[in-house]
Design a protein around this ligand. Structure first.
Ligand code: 3H9
Length: 690
């Protein structure tokens, strides 16, 4: 093992290098030798200045997140920062890769910062449910100004080196030998004889801060926080930097950090950070399995789904051949894509030039033979087994050997479709979520015969196009939609028994979902579920009746709710209330008061129960994979960490007890507790796949 901190000399300048792979996190075994190194250099009269650099692929990417929640070992990050500030000689951070969180805070402890042109700098702590706890909220505004600091800290989004130079965060950008440049910088500063000024003592930008403008921006950002504590706390802490003396503001930052890091929201968000990385590790797909190369993708179908999937690949830099049955359908699909990009241009997130480049990456065709050079071919056609099989018959006839064939089915049996081809080893499901160019989740459906390198390819290409991929097994609806079915099974019965649509929706939005199930129906269009139900011979008593009345939701101005013309704000409709009462009467259901707790127990608990059954069957490899599916594909509030993590907070014992109650009362399968859940009630932990 190499030493975590080493010192080299270039004349009178000392180069301190941190080497803690993979991302140089500030673990205790880095902090301790770094403090020793700084103390030694402070006392060494032959040293005129120091450069703080990192080995490997990046500058320090932050505090070591695995140490959170455990007693903090001394020295702490803030002690190191204080040591840097009081060295009495110039300290220069040499930044390559990413300087994030505690890494950027360490660099802010240096008197100067030199960055590689490709570097990124940011304080992403908010995404872990905390705020920068190493003085980031009190130092950053002193360099870049209060509003820029507020935006960076509340969003957590890193900025480029170029932006950092323009805003005063870095002092120079280097294209060549970064450490040599930083050494030259330190030497020049040391020679100047001017004592270096610590960032904490640079008060210009904050003394003249416009508090009213700051508060207005903070209020704007708070609106987007949607129940999360960290963004609001970040803003509060930056404000303290403007109104309080440095030490007082820093002490408050520390207090808030300690409170947030111990809270459930941060635990949930840290769980999601590691869960996302775990999801990329798939049983049976070792690091030695090499993905196949994907240089061109073929998409069958240019409708909403096919078009969205095609955009996702083109946005990720992979050209697409897009196939439709007719020229008109192709033109319509490409017209839609063009319109979507035009919206991005009008919002300023895409230039005209970039739009033209993206449009040029689509090769439209009506001829299957044009798919011959595609490395991955995805069908996004009508959700019907016979149609899918027919399409794959045509694809197989032209696809080159080794091309990966994928279905975007939401519910159908991937093994059955795979078996209809002669290459089931090259076959899998790639389940995108609508709008596919926006939604992060990608369920990769592993068929019985899918080859490991096909899975590795899907994971790699998914990451390349900015998706969060999760490998799941074959069952009706896979992980997400199968659990959605369990969550929604009791929504109509709840209405018939006495709840109102807005009461149910409010339980959901109070929990942190972006909207409730009935608002969702209205947004998606009630007619979509109606059509599906008719095809499957199923019924939904309230929703079907509304559809028969032409009430399809937002698009017709009436659905489960009423919508003023052009508005998306739902208003409860007395006609719907009357319809519910009438149907309940017809069915002989006696209506009663329904509590919020009952709504939770009959919707969220079956969701968790179904998740546990999915784990039991090995459809998901880990409980955390299920959390990733729900947070990225279905709007489960990130501050609650996904359904399975939330279940651990709610208490497995309590959930099982209430499921038993509802199962005894209704006999419905969705309430019959999974064995895994029963075991979790005893052990306090949900075991992974059987
Ligand atoms: C903070 O700094 C608090 C301070 O303000 C106050 C303190 C008092 N710690 O993402 P990757 C692991 S909070 C521990 O796949 P990439 C990661 O789990 C921190 N482990 O690589 C993975 O492990 P494995 C603020 C960490 O190249 C491996 O490293 N900083 C940490 O795609 C590779 O990670 C952040 O939030 C960590 N800080 O992306 C930055 N970071 O291989 C968090 C990573 O076992 N990190 N690991 O699965 C990132 O955003 C990305 O890792 C980064 C590299 C962009 C750096």
């Amino acid at each position: 093992m190499t030493e975590a901190v080493t010192i080299a000399r270039d004349g009178e300048i000392a180069i301190v290098t941190i080497d803690n792979p993979p991302v140089n996190a500030m673990s205790f075994h880095v902090r301790e030798p770094l403090m020793a190194a700084l103390n030694a250099l402070r006392d060494d009269a032959s040293v005129a200045g120091i450069v703080l650099a990192c080995a490997g692929r990046t500058f320090v990417a932050g505090a070591d997140i695995t140490e959170f929640g455990k007693p903090m070992q001394q020295p702490e990050l803030r002690d190191l920062i204080a040591a840097l500030e009081t060295l009495g000689k110039p300290a220069v951070a040499a930044i390559h890769g990413t300087a994030l969180g505690g890494g950027l805070e360490l660099a802010l402890g240096c008197h100067f910062r030199v960055a590689e042109a490709s570097a990124k700098l940011g304080l992403p702590e908010v995404k872990l449910g905390i705020l920068p706890g190493g003085g980031g909220t009190v130092r950053l505004p002193r360099l870049v100004g209060p509003i820029k600091a507020l935006d960076m800290i509340v969003s957590g989004t890193p900025i480029s080196a170029k932006d950092a130079l323009a805003s005063g965060l870095v002092d120079a950008i280097d294209e060549g030998d970064l450490v040599a440049k930083a050494v030259a910088f330190a030497r020049e500063q040391a020679k100047s004889g001017t004592p270096p000024v610590a960032v904490r003592d640079r008060n210009n930008l904050i003394e003249n801060a416009d508090l009213a403008a700051f508060d207005a921006r903070a209020a704007e950002l708070a609106k987007k926080a949607r129940g999360l504590e960290a963004p609001v706390a970040c803003a509060e802490s930056v404000r303290n930097a403007l109104t309080l003396p440095f030490d007082e503001a820093q002490a408050k930052e520390r207090e808030i950090f300690a409170k947030l890091v111990a809270g459930d929201q941060s635990k949930a968000q840290r769980h999601l950070f590691f869960a996302e990385r775990e999801a990329a590790k798939v049983p049976g797909v070792g690091k030695d399995v090499k993905p196949r190369e994907i240089a061109r993708v073929g998409i069958i179908g240019a409708g909403t789904m096919g078009g969205g999937i095609a955009m996702a690949f083109v946005n990720g830099g992979i050209p697409v051949t897009i196939l439709e049955m007719s020229r008109e359908a192709l033109d319509r699909g490409l017209g839609m894509i063009d319109k979507n990009y035009a919206i991005s241009v009008s919002r300023g997130s895409l230039t005209e030039e970039a739009k033209a480049k993206r449009m040029a990456a689509f090769t439209p065709t009506t001829d299957y033979a044009d798919l011959a050079d595609c490395d991955l071919i995805i069908e996004a056609v009508f959700e019907e087994m016979s149609v899918k099989k027919e399409v794959f018959g045509k694809i197989e006839a032209v696809a080159k050997p080794g091309a990966i064939l994928a279905t975007n089915t939401s519910y159908l049996d991937v093994n059955e479709i795979a078996a209809s081809t002669s290459r089931p080893q090259d076959f899998l499901g790639l389940h995108f979520f609508s709008p596919a160019n926006v939604m992060k989740l990608l369920e990769i459906v592993r068929g019985a015969k899918t080859a490991p390198d096909v899975l590795a390819t899907a994971l790699a290409v998914g990451k390349k196009i900015g998706k969060v991929p999760v490998v799941v097994g074959v069952c009706h609806g896979f992980v997400g939609n199968r659990m959605l079915g369990a969550r929604g099974a009791e929504t109509e019965p709840l209405l018939l028994e006495g709840a109102t649509p807005d009461q149910v929706d409010k339980v959901f939005t109070d929990f942190g979902w972006p909207m409730g199930p009935f608002q969702m129906w209205d947004l998606a269009g009630l007619d979509i579920g109606w059509r599906n139900r008719k095809a499957q011979g199923k019924k939904a008593i309230i929703a079907d009746t509304l559809c028969e009345q032409g009430r399809f939701g937002q698009k017709t101005g009436r659905g489960m709710y009423l919508y003023e013309s052009g508005s998306r704000t739902p208003t409860p409709d007395p006609e719907v209330a009357a319809l519910i009462e009438e149907k309940a009467k017809e069915l002989g259901i006696e209506r009663r008061e329904i509590s919020s707790q009952e709504i939770v127990e009959r919707t969220f608990y079956p969701l968790i129960n179904e998740g546990a059954k999915i784990l039991e069957e090995g459809i998901a490899a880990r409980a955390s994979d299920i959390d990733i599916v729900w947070v990225n594909g279905y709007g489960f509030p990130i501050g609650k960490g996904g359904p399975m993590f939330w279940a651990s907070l709610e208490g497995f014992g309590k959930i099982v007890e209430r499921l038993d109650y509802w199962y005894a009362r209704t006999g419905k399968e969705i309430f019959k507790p999974a064995e895994l859940l029963r075991k979790a009630a005893e052990t306090g932990k949900l075991a992974d796949a059987a």
